[in-house]
Design a protein around this ligand. Structure first.
Ligand code: SAM
Length: 332
């Protein structure tokens, strides 16, 4: 199956609300290595996770001491359909509390269905410091808005398209949330139920006999501190002298830049950059001005064509230099 077809699978998951893509331990480990100090004395809540099968729960339980965790909670939604791990239908929803190997783990049934939006789960959420999970694709907006509402730290997996949702983009623009380290092929694939159809090379069976579907359409989203996001993007290209490589938009006073590495280091005005720019975005270096639209409220276009979604950004360092120059400010 082609990558495109795999992404179609994810879109189908979103549409059908099946949401049964389970995260592999290797992908959790690959991302979590970048947050070594973020969990000290914290209560972690995996709120879309069956403690018996979730690799998030497994990761935090196995690394409880190393990360300095105070408590780990996982809650499991009661599904009405059979899925990868539950052969019985209508299994009771429950949550699990782990406080280290010296204290017996508690497993407690929910009265309700364990929906992350339910009063029972919100009560658990209120006790938590950090939410870490891969939530259902179909409820991604609601999921993020709930975490933001309750002012929680989080590290979650989402579809790349999620950054184009207005609510999510606004949070990124306002520097409230940002991308994690791994995205696209940096997330190697998800465990899917047996009944998922298997085509070609993008679906494989792993060493545990689980069906893994690869995708390049996912990313990590977080508000946990990350060193990488304070690193400048290295800019090597020049606009002046190469104007033809950076056409101006018809409906906005800005230039189009096709690749993040081609952002010119000498252009002070608006630049339309691809969405993947967000992966390298350093808020000290760039200001995110707008998403996708020109001055007329329509999609950014060049010679009448609107080929791609672009994020309009400005180079903050150049802006600052320009400001200092025009105000005769000297730093010496
Ligand atoms: C993409 S899967 C990921 C599962 C697990 N977090 C992982 O990463 O392996 C999303 C999970 O959320 C569960 N789910 C669906 N709707 C939910 C809801 N309203 N509240 C809580 N969990 C839900 C699904 O049953 C599914 O197990």
């Amino acid at each position: 199956m082609t990558r495109q077809a795999t992404n179609k699978h994810l879109r189908k998951a979103k549409k059908s609300k099946s949401d049964e893509f389970y995260t592999q331990l290797c992908d959790i480990e690959r991302e979590l290595q970048y947050y070594p100090d973020s969990f000290v004395n914290k209560v972690v809540y995996c709120n879309c996770d069956d403690s018996q099968t979730s690799n998030f729960f497994r990761f935090f339980k196995d690394n409880f001491q190393k990360l300095g965790l105070r408590k780990l909670i996982a809650s499991c939604y009661k599904k009405t359909n059979q899925d990868l791990f539950e052969v019985k239908k209508n299994v009771k929803a429950y949550y699990c509390i782990y406080e280290g190997e010296k204290i017996p783990m508690q497993v407690i049934s929910f009265k309700g269905d364990g929906d992350f939006r339910s009063a029972e789960c919100i009560k658990l959420l209120k006790q938590a410091d950090v939410v870490v999970t891969n939530p259902p694709f179909s409820l991604f907006r609601e999921f993020v808005s709930q975490i933001v509402k309750y002012n929680k730290e989080f590290l979650i997996i989402g579809n790349v398209n999620a950054i184009t949702y207005k609510e999510i983009f606004d949070l990124i623009q306002n520097n409230k949330i940002w991308l994690g380290v791994n995205l696209g092929r940096g997330i190697s694939g998800f465990i899917v139920p047996e009944h998922y159809e298997q085509y070609g090379t993008e679906v494989r069976i792993n060493e545990n006999g689980q069906k893994i579907i690869s995708t390049n359409g996912c990313l990590w989203l977080t508000n946990l501190e990350l060193n990488q996001r304070h690193e400048d993007i290295v800019l090597t290209k020049m606009y002046y002298g190469n104007e033809k490589d950076y056409p101006k938009y018809d409906n906005c006073n800005g230039i189009n830049v096709n690749r993040t590495q081609d952002i010119p280091k000498d252009y002070t005005g608006l630049m339309g950059v691809p969405i993947t720019f967000l992966h390298k975005y350093n808020p000290a270096q760039f200001e995110i001005v707008k998403f996708r639209k020109g001055d007329d409220g329509k999609d950014l276009c060049i010679n009448g064509k609107c080929p791609y979604f672009r994020i309009l950004v400005k180079n903050k360092y150049l802006q600052q230099q320009q400001y200092e120059k025009s105000n005769n400010i000297s730093l010496e």
